[in-house]
Design a protein around this ligand. Structure first.
Ligand code: SF4
Length: 423
């Protein structure tokens, strides 16, 4: 099957899923409107009885209000019901269209009802895993390749892989490196510059997206730290800002047809159980629409941490010195997902670098009265860091320690030599 047909099927899958979710939302709205109509009818009935048993001007006025409220509720319920019926028909049509298209392929056997039979999901998974296995074909088909870069180790390897495949496909000019700036107070120094250098190494366009409110401003405004369940920091400071850039890039492309945007992220399955549940290639249903089909691609999805470091050595990729202090992720200085020990190390590194971040965060924690994490506060973290500092003195590190730690001395020596030669 050719690529155009595969992409057409993926868009039909997207339309079917989107129509189904619109239909579900319309159904919920119609049920709510129906409940409100019943409540309004009950209130009107009670007021009619009250007026009959004790007539008064007040009771008449209250009944007139209840009649108006009931009429408004009835109109809303009818409109919501009509909307639901239209959404249901649209969903049936989208399913039928998809079912018809899938029936002509090997992705659907014996049924033209993709939603009811779960066939849509099966076909989606099969199509996406086939596409993920042919990166150069995918890159050639894309109108734009965005690489979301935090400047971290996984991002830099993902970028390098996409660049090598794009070079081989003759499509290097399609790549744009996108960095989400979440605020200088929250990030390690040099992160933004490193992301830019990593893009410039290949001569790529580099774009910084930034929300109007930074990380600390967002926490102050909400009076709450984000947590693993409500990762507002990722959704509002990174994902939503990246989505705005999709619109910009589609406008720049100015195509008459639907644009295919491949959005690459350096996410690995081995990082967490929630990441393991993701797919190497997926339709971004939220960001896709009639003007763009957005596929999220994780080019390093199956790599282990050791393999990431090996690629950094093999390709002589530059990484942030924070890793040499054996802090495992180049996230915010204090990431809400980090363990107690990593946060303690981050505090001690801040002290070596003369950063005010621990005090800024502890002050904020006290001001909003909400602990950084359920199990401990940042004040606890700073107290433990002070205890370790008194016992051991400031932390020290050498360039290459991250590689020494993961791959041994020889690998670190080879890496530093390659980096020096490339400079
Ligand atoms: S690094 Fe951690 S704290 Fe920072 S935005 Fe990501 S999840 Fe939130």
């Amino acid at each position: 099957m050719d690529l155009t047909t595969r992409l057409h099927l993926l868009d039909l899958i997207r339309l079917s899923a989107s129509a189904e979710s619109t239909c579900r939302a319309a159904e919920r709205a119609a049920r709510r409107a129906s409940i409100r109509r019943k409540e309004a009818a009950g209130a009107r009935r009670n007021l009619r009885l009250a007026l009959r048993s004790a007539p008064s001007a007040d009771a008449e006025n209250a009944l007139a209000d209840a009649e108006r409220e009931y009429e408004a509720c009835e109109a809303r319920a009818e409109a919501a019901g009509a909307h639901w019926r239209r959404a249901f028909s649209a969903s049936e049509r989208a399913d039928a269209r998809l079912g018809g298209a899938l029936a002509r392929t090997r992705y659907l056997t014996g049924s033209a009802e993709p939603r009811r039979k779960g066939a849509r999901r099966t076909a989606e998974a099969a199509l996406l895993s086939e596409l993920a296995a042919m990166p150069k074909t995918l890159i050639r088909a894309a109108h734009a390749l965005l690489v979301q870069s935090s400047a971290g180790k996984d991002s830099v390897v993902a970028l390098d892989r996409v660049v090598r495949w794009a070079k081989a496909a003759g499509c290097l000019d399609k790549i744009v490196v996108v960095h989400a700036d979440i605020g200088q107070d929250a990030e390690w120094p040099g992160v933004r510059d490193l992301a830019q250098q990593q893009a410039e190494r290949y001569g790529l366009r580099f774009v910084v997206v930034k929300a109007s409110v930074e990380f600390l401003g967002m926490v102050e405004k909400r009076g709450l730290w984000p947590d693993a369940q409500t990762r507002l920091c990722t959704s509002s400071l990174k994902r939503d800002e990246a989505a705005k850039f999709f619109t910009e890039i589609v406008n720049e492309l100015g195509l008459d047809e639907q644009a295919l945007i491949v959005n690459c992220l350096g996410i690995r399955a081995a990082e967490s159980s929630s990441r393991r549940r993701k797919q190497e290639l997926a339709i971004d249903h939220r960001a896709s629409n009639g003007r763009r089909l957005v596929l999220t691609w994780h080019p390093v999805f199956h790599l282990t941490e050791t393999e990431i470091w090996q690629e950094i050595v093999d390709q002589a990729l530059d990484y942030h010195p924070v890793y040499d202090t054996l802090i495992p992720r180049l996230s915010c200085i204090f990431c809400i997902l980090a363990s107690f020990d990593v946060l303690v190390r981050a505090v001690r590194l801040c002290w070596v670098l003369g950063l005010p971040t621990p005090k800024t965060y502890v002050d904020l924690e006290q001001r909003i009265g909400h602990r950084f994490k359920d199990k401990f506060s940042l004040a606890d973290v700073v107290a433990e860091a002070a205890r370790q500092e008194a016992a051991e003195g400031p932390i020290t590190w050498r360039r290459g320690d991250a590689i020494r730690h993961h791959l041994g001395d020889d690998a670190a020596t080879a890496y530093l030599r390659r980096l020096a030669l490339a400079a």
